[in-house]
Design a protein around this ligand. Structure first.
Ligand code: PBG
Length: 325
C-alpha cells in the first residue's frame, strides 16, 4: 500500500504536527447574566453551573473568567421592571449599564460585549415594539440604537444586536458614529434562527414571549441562502463581525458564510446545546470533557474566528491540559 493515512496518526507528536485546526483561548467569549438586586449568585436550573449575578457580585465572576484565561464576555441583563417600551434597556442606570461600569472599574482589561435586544426588557417578552400583536420593525430601530448607545456610553467595547429587526445594524452604526463612537465594533447576530435551542436561556433571562413566537423575525431553519442574504445586508450596513446562531446544528452555515464574506465569523453555542451536554453527562451517558472539546473544535474546523460558549472557562482549562490545542 502506497497511501496509508495511519502513518500520520502514529503518535501525539505527529498528530499535532499535521493538525489542521488550532484553537486558542483568545477566541472564546463567555456569556454572563447580570440581574437587578444585591448579593445574588443565583443558580440557573435549566443551565446547571451557570448563575445570575447581581452587580455587586459580578466582579467575583469576572475574576474567575479572567483567571481561566478567557478575556471576553457577552453581558445579558435581567431587569427588575419590564414594560411595553423596554425602558430599562436604555436607562442610564439600567442593569447592563451599571454592570458595565462595575466591570470596567474592576477589570478594565476585560473585553465587554453586550447583547442588544429588548426581549429581556419588554413586558410581553418580544424583541421589539408591538403594534397590536405584531412586532413593529421600524419603531424598534430607534430603541435598539438608543440601547446600544447607552451600553457604549457605559463602557461596552462592542455591541451585538440579536433582535433580528431589518436595518438595525445601520441604525446602531449611525447613532454610534453621530456620538463619536466610530471605533466601536458591531457584532451582528446575522444568521439567527428561530430555534428550540434557546429555551434554557429564556428561563435564565425570563424572556420567553408572552404570546406567539419569534418566527416573524428570527429565521426559518429550513433556509440557508436567506442566511447569506442577512450576512450581506449586515455587512453593507456596517457590521464588523457576523454570527451564526445556534452553532452545533448550523455549522453548514458557518462554512457558507465564510465563502460569502471576508468579515470574521462567530458562532454561538447556545443554552440548549449546553443543557443537552450537561444533562447527558449528568446521567453518565457521555463524557462531558470529550463532548465539549469535540463540539467546540467542530465550530473552529468549520471556520469560526470567535466562539461564544457557556463552557468557555472549561474549554480554557482543557486547552491548558492539552486536551485540545
Ligand atoms: C436575545 C437573545 C437570545 C439568546 C441570545 N440573545 C434569546 C432569544 O432570541 O430568544 C439566546 C442565547 C442562548 O440560548 O444561549 N434575543
Amino acid at each position: 500500500m502506497v497511501k496509508r493515512p495511519r502513518r500520520l496518526r502514529g503518535s501525539e507528536t505527529i498528530r499535532k504536527m499535521v493538525r489542521e485546526t488550532r484553537v486558542d483561548k483568545s477566541s472564546l467569549i463567555y456569556p454572563v447574566f447580570v440581574k437587578d438586586g444585591t448579593g445574588l449568585r443565583e443558580a440557573i436550573p435549566s443551565m446547571e453551573g451557570q448563575y445570575r449575578y447581581s452587580v455587586d457580585r459580578l466582579p467575583y465572576a469576572l475574576e474567575e473568567i479572567l483567571k481561566s484565561g478567557v478575556s471576553s464576555v457577552m453581558l445579558f441583563g435581567i431587569p427588575k421592571h419590564k414594560d411595553e417600551k423596554a425602558s430599562q434597556a436604555y436607562a442610564g442606570d439600567g442593569i447592563i449599564q451599571r454592570a458595565l461600569r462595575e466591570a470596567k472599574r474592576t477589570f478594565p482589561e476585560l473585553y465587554c460585549i453586550t447583547d442588544v435586544c429588548l426581549c429581556e426588557y419588554t413586558s410581553h417578552g418580544h424583541c421589539g415594539m408591538l403594534c397590536g400583536r405584531e412586532v413593529d420593525n421600524d419603531s424598534t430601530l430607534q430603541v435598539l440604537a438608543e440601547t446600544a448607545l447607552s451600553h457604549v456610553q457605559a463602557g461596552a467595547d462592542m455591541v451585538a444586536p440579536s433582535d433580528m429587526m431589518d436595518g438595525r445594524v445601520a441604525a446602531i452604526r449611525r447613532v454610534l458614529d453621530e456620538n463619536r463612537f466610530t471605533n466601536t465594533p458591531i457584532m451582528s447576530y446575522a444568521v439567527k434562527y428561530a430555534s428550540g435551542f434557546y429555551a434554557p436561556f429564556r428561563d435564565a433571562a425570563d424572556s420567553a414571549p408572552a404570546f406567539g413566537s419569534r418566527r416573524s423575525y428570527q429565521m426559518d431553519y429550513h433556509n440557508s441562502r436567506e442566511g447569506i442574504k442577512e450576512v450581506l445586508l449586515d455587512e453593507e450596513e456596517g457590521a464588523d463581525i457576523v454570527m451564526v446562531k445556534p452553532a452545533l446544528a448550523y455549522l453548514d452555515m458557518v462554512v457558507k458564510v465564510k465563502e460569502a464574506t471576508n468579515l470574521p465569523v462567530a458562532a454561538y453555542s447556545v443554552s440548549g446545546e449546553y443543557a443537552m451536554i450537561k444533562a447527558a453527562a449528568g446521567r453518565g451517558w457521555i463524557d462531558e470533557r470529550s463532548i465539549v472539546c469535540e463540539t467546540a473544535v467542530a465550530a473552529f474546523r468549520a471556520g469560526v474566528q470567535s466562539y461564544l460558549t457557556y463552557y468557555a472557562k472549561e474549554l480554557a482549562g482543557y486547552m491548558d491540559e492539552g486536551l485540545i490545542g
